[in-house]
Design a binder for this molecule. Structure first.
Ligand SMILES: [Mn+2]
Length: 326
């Protein structure tokens, strides 16, 4: 476990007003980390605002004070910030429009667990061995002398559950299980969080899952599974109600599959791919060849090509990296 840099704690203690942000299209880890950070800063008598490029997914509306999360559009009156904390953000570019709220010469504290090529903060608390940014924020909050209450524990527990795939991925370490135990003891309710995240799909999402499963095709002798949403589906009226979080784990769950890719043609000629891996293959390396990134077992990238072409390009890249068949 990487120790909290003392200058990160000083940065909090010496300043009064902070912007907290996370990456575009925030997930539970980013939102949970940002919420818990704001909770901690308020406890310390500081001012803090959470502004994220895109709105918090409605699925997290069970969070107490869910309305804390603002978008740049709803935060215009806040002005710029000279003290900024980012959580779960691997590069400055991933802040999206939230970066517009950073004043020139601002001081930036980066808290993250991604395998990052870019160290963009003035103070960087980066722990690639942490399962979730929320695991790091728990450590950080305790280093600030605070003990999470039930609300803060729920934010952090949620991020951990999501980033460990419900404690099933290879990042499920003794440390993160201990952190989760601590959060449950502090008041996080595992059954409630599970129900709100995993048993709370709307009809459109369930039907989209069916469509995605229908689209699954195997390649590389069954070692790669791909699934796709073409532009026509993404442009459909129902799509805005669809939440594809976790979809890519279905093709990955097929026996013998080592890499799964879910393609979404988000705009004409632009295809986004989510990558997941089991076993040895590093999908972060694959995503990086297209300017994306993430983690060794979970990554994403955008390919400037229509769907069919993007599939071919990515499959070729995966094929190059698959080791000898077992
Ligand atoms: Mn994360």
């Amino acid at each position: 476990m990487v120790a909290v840099p003392p200058e990160a704690l000083d940065f909090i203690k010496r300043n009064g007003r902070f912007l907290i942000s996370s990456h575009v299209n925030p997930d539970g880890d980013g939102i949970g980390a940002a919420m818990a950070l704001k909770w901690a800063l308020l406890k310390l008598g500081k001012e803090a605002e959470i502004v994220i490029d895109s709105p918090a997914p409605a699925i997290f509306d069970y969070f107490e004070n869910y309305h804390w999360v603002k978008t740049p559009e709803t935060a215009v009156s806040l002005g710029k910030f000279s003290c900024v904390i980012t959580a779960d953000v691997p590069s400055l570019e991933r802040l999206g429009k939230a970066a517009d709220l950073i004043a020139e010469g601002a001081k930036l504290l980066v808290i993250d667990h991604h395998i990052t090529g870019e160290v963009f903060g003035n103070i960087n608390y980066i722990d690639e061995g942490a399962a979730a940014s929320c695991e790091m924020i728990l450590t950080f909050i305790k280093a600030l002398g605070l003990v999470p209450d039930a609300d803060a524990a729920e934010y952090l527990y949620t991020g951990i559950v999501i980033d460990t795939g419900r404690f099933r991925f290879s990042n499920t370490t003794p440390d993160v299980l201990r952190a989760a135990a601590e959060l449950v003891a502090a008041g996080a309710d595992p059954a409630k969080v599970c129900e709100r995240i995993f048993f709370h799909n709307n009809y459109e999402t369930t039907m989209a899952l069916g469509r995605m499963i229908d689209s699954i095709r195997l390649h590389h002798d069954g070692r790669t599974a791909i699934a796709s949403f073409p532009l026509s589906v993404i442009q459909g009226a129902e799509w805005k109600k669809v939440d594809t979080e976790g979809f890519v784990n279905h093709p990955l769950a097929i026996q013998g599959v080592e890499v799964a890719a879910l393609f979404k043609e988000v705009k004409p000629g632009v295809t986004r791919a989510s990558l997941r891996a089991k076993h040895e293959i590093d999908v972060n390396e694959i995503a990086q060849t297209f300017g994306g990134g993430g983690h060794a077992k979970a990554s994403g990238c955008t390919i400037n090509a229509p769907l069919a072409e993007a599939q071919e390009i990515l499959l070729a890249e995966i094929g190059k990296r698959l080791g000898p068949a077992e």
